[in-house]
Design a protein. Structure first.
Length: 62
């Protein structure tokens, strides 16, 4: 029985990677369309939870 080559993701991991790649591609396409249309960058919606990254989130530099 042979599995994926060393360094290659297994079945469920490969499917998850493909999903991430597709979502990243769609995000880049939407970002390019937003810039071509001359729209401003959207506000960041940063949410933190008690005890986790309470001081690590800050506004983007403009």
């Amino acid at each position: 029985m042979t599995g994926p080559a060393k360094g290659e993701p297994s079945g469920w991991l490969a499917a998850l990677e493909a999903k991430f790649v597709a979502e990243d591609r769609e995000d880049r396409r939407a970002e390019r369309a937003r810039r071509r249309a001359g729209l401003p960058e959207p506000d960041r919606d940063v949410q933190t939870f008690d005890g986790f990254a309470q001081s690590g989130a800050r506004a983007r530099e403009t």
